[in-house]
Ligand binder design. Structure first.
Ligand SMILES: [Zn+2]
Length: 322
């Protein structure tokens, strides 16, 4: 039997307005994911849950208070972007970003209280580029980093492994934990020479006491499924094996898909099912404590199909495995 899973989203995710036009980070991203899942093979095993209210203290574990005020003020004052024209905002964006950040924390609550065995957070805006005091790359609050700190604080799971296979390097997650040996950040992304945001070189292995708890695996433009799976098998799997985490957070970005023009990576839809299977397998090592949080993915049809493929692998639907 496959395991029922919880899908976390909130109607407000449609209200973060990036100005229309050509901005790729649009409300239709999450709307289409929901629609696809509701009409697909996973529909009958999916429970939709709303995130709880976010608590400021949890945001402050990752972001400076002055930044939170600055972001809130920018939204309420009617600014259309913050820190860079890429980071489009609307009046609602600060509230929506807080709901997105709360989603990962809600997912953790559901897992830890036995209310879910598998959780996916379909959130926007994304988070992995957001720095302590700066918005970057469509990201405002670092959803994954906030979730990791929450897991430590609320449930005393100290050793957290974050795997990020978005096409881009999660600079914000790395900088949040590069001096921390208890949160391991592993990222597979298009090589920084060719790709935004220009960080994530293989030489970056963490700083000071966190040295060795950061792992960057850059792939050349044009890299496809084989190179991705090889990187997971030969680089990431040994790292997680050695680290022995108590919980796993997946920064689940789908912009490495071959139809997505935000990167030169050439992943197929099918490889995301394989990623789901691998994440499920890794999760077994930490009693199923796996939370996946949506990051990028901008080709709408490819995004929705890839999320579905990922979840099929993650919940074990395709093989009937428990
Ligand atoms: Zn990305």
């Amino acid at each position: 039997m496959f395991r029922p899973f919880v899908f976390i989203e909130h109607p407000s995710f449609l209200e973060h307005d990036t100005g229309g036009g050509l901005h790729p980070e649009v409300p239709a991203r999450v709307a289409l994911i929901r629609q696809r899942l509701e009409h697909g093979s996973l529909a009958s095993s999916m429970t939709v849950r709303l995130p709880k209210e976010s608590v400021r203290a949890d945001l402050l574990a990752i972001h400076d208070e002055s930044y939170l005020f600055r972001l809130e003020e920018a939204c309420l004052a009617g600014q259309t972007s913050i820190d860079h024209p890429d980071n489009q905002i609307s009046y609602e964006s600060f509230d929506v970003a807080q709901v997105a950040a709360a989603s990962g924390m809600t997912a953790i609550d559901l897992l830890e209280t036995g209310q879910a065995s598998s959780v996916f957070c379909s959130v926007r805006p994304p988070g992995h580029h957001a720095e302590r005091s700066r918005a970057l790359g469509f990201c405002f609050l670092n959803n994954v980093a906030i979730a990791a700190r929450y897991w430590q604080k609320a449930y005393q799971r100290q050793k957290i492994f974050i795997i990020d296979w978005d096409a881009h390097h999660g600079n914000g997650i790395q900088s949040a934990f590069e001096r921390d040996k208890e949160v391991f950040y592993a990222s597979i992304h298009e090589h920084p020479t060719f790709s935004f945001p220009g960080t994530g070189y293989a030489e970056d292995r963490g700083e000071e006491t966190g040295r060795g708890a950061t792992l960057n695996v850059p792939l050349p433009p044009g890299a496809g499924d084989e190179m991705l799976l090889e990187a997971i098998r030969t680089k990431i799997a040994p790292a997680i094996e050695a680290f022995q985490p108590e919980a796993l957070i997946v920064a689940a970005g789908f912009d490495g898909h071959r139809d997505d023009d935000m990167s030169g990576l050439m992943y197929s839809t099918a490889v995301y099912q394989e990623l789901g299977r691998i994440m499920r397998h890794w999760g077994e090592c930490c009693q199923g404590r796996v939370v996946s949080i949506l990051e990028g993915g901008y080709h709408l049809e490819a995004l929705a199909a890839s999320v579905e493929a990922y979840l099929v692998g993650l919940v074990g639907f395709e093989t009937g495995e428990k």
